[in-house]
Design a protein around this ligand. Structure first.
Ligand SMILES: Cc1ncc(COP(=O)(O)O)c(C=O)c1O
Length: 381
């Protein structure tokens, strides 16, 4: 199939999209919420928590204002104060930041170049007597392939294993959904994520004490959801989710499986088309439940990745990206804390050549051809 002309639309990497029927349904829900005068901690939040935790396969779901809030709550529950937390260096800045907010010290681990998830050997090297938590990020939607080994290490060393599932709603590891594999799963419903609600997050867990802790922490540390809380025996924040956000979440959760199927079809088409293009490598993926928030490629070393990305964006209107353009330990805030180049050499090298291609459930087969054809042209022109 040859696509000759530039599509008039932008090929977006993340696109919140609500079909007309959904907009009507959500509008009705908003009316119900406004009439009920219950804007937080009401029936929609409870229903979203129940449906989400049931979907993930955990006993509890605790809706919060963002994944950042979810991460800080789980880390605080693990009591990382003055302890070390191993986090991937190639992740969103909220991962190490929340370790600091909870009083701990982030220790950056390198990545496996075939998966972009954790390099298990580097994790082992970086464990000390102070390590309290290992934070796994299922990057771009790929469930961390080393989950079993990490769980074994954590059990032996009495370390908590927690999951950041912000990219991986619905992905599975050995038949279990991510978010059910450690002490707590942290999900993002930010506007660009697989379930978009604007802002929002969820903790999934089987741990009753974490559920109690999280419910208090999201509500200034007080206990009891109804009415005004007057007794606070812990510290906390306003990390609650609004009822309107929960209504959006319920709607998008119902679409999730359909959207995941589409994301996986797009990824399969990318793999097929990219195999015909010299200079572009896809990651070997053996997990069919990958949720493909983004599609990761690695360009040959001789190709100017930044130039390719700019041309794709500016001349072909394709939202090509980098996950992540600056590694966490090389961000100025962490350099100011003494982190430097050389801490994670594999990521430092591979990340220079990485390019992510857009995946959204509203892309057509023609759109995918347009992306791969444009990439081919830009690389080989
Ligand atoms: C891996 C990861 N963790 C955490 C977050 C923070 O999510 P939120 O914006 O919901 O706080 C993001 C957001 O992009 C993310 O990609």
């Amino acid at each position: 199939m040859t696509v000759k002309s530039t599509p008039l639309k932008k090929i977006a990497s993340a696109l919140p999209f609500f079909e007309d029927a959904d907009i009507e349904k959500i509008s009705d829900d908003v009316k119900t919420i406004l009439k009920s005068k219950k804007l937080v901690l009401g029936p929609y939040t409870q229903k979203f928590e129940n449906l989400f935790s049931e979907y993930i396969g955990t006993k509890y779901g605790i809706a919060v204002s963002s994944a950042t809030a979810a991460l800080e709550i789980v880390l605080s529950y693990c009591d990382v104060k003055d302890a070390e937390v191993i986090v991937p260096c190639n992740t969103f800045i909220a991962c190490p930041n929340t370790v600091l907010y909870a009083g701990g010290k982030p220790v950056f681990a390198d990545m496996n170049p075939d998966t972009f998830c954790l390099d298990i050997n580097d994790v082992k090297r970086k464990i000390t007597s102070k390590t309290k938590v290992i934070m796994v990020v299922h990057l771009a939607g790929l469930p961390e392939p080393e989950m079993d080994n990490l769980a074994k290490i954590c059990k032996e060393r009495n370390i908590f294993l927690m999951e950041d599932c912000s990219h991986a709603h619905g992905a599975e590891f050995n038949g279990k959904k991510v978010g059910s594999l450690g002490i707590g799963g942290c999900f993002s419903f930010f506007a660009t994520k697989i379930i978009p609600t604007g802002t929002g997050g969820m903790i999934t867990t089987d741990d009753e004490k974490l559920q109690e802790f999280a419910e208090a922490f999201r509500h200034q540390g007080g206990i009891g959801g109804e009415g005004r809380i007057e007794v606070f025996d812990k510290f906390g924040y306003d990390f609650m989710m609004s009822e309107i956000t929960a209504a959006l979440g319920i709607n998008q959760l119902q679409k999730l499986e359909k959207h995941l199927e589409k994301r996986r079809m797009i990824a399969a088409q990318y793999e097929k088309e990219l195999s015909k293009i010299d200079g572009v490598k896809c990651l070997p993926n053996t997990n069919p439940t990958h949720s493909y928030w983004k599609f990761i490629t690695v360009l040959d070393k001789g190709i100017d990745r930044n130039k390719v990305r700019s041309i794709l964006r500016e001349q072909h209107f394709i939202d090509a990206g980098i996950l992540y353009p600056t590694l966490c330990h090389l961000q100025p805030v962490y350099q100011n804390l003494g982190h430097k180049e050389g801490e994670c050499p594999i990521a430092e090298e591979v990340m220079k050549h990485q390019l992510t291609l857009p995946v959204n459930p509203f892309m057509t087969e023609e759109d995918v051809f347009y992306v791969t054809e444009s990439l081919n042209k830009v690389i080989h022109q």
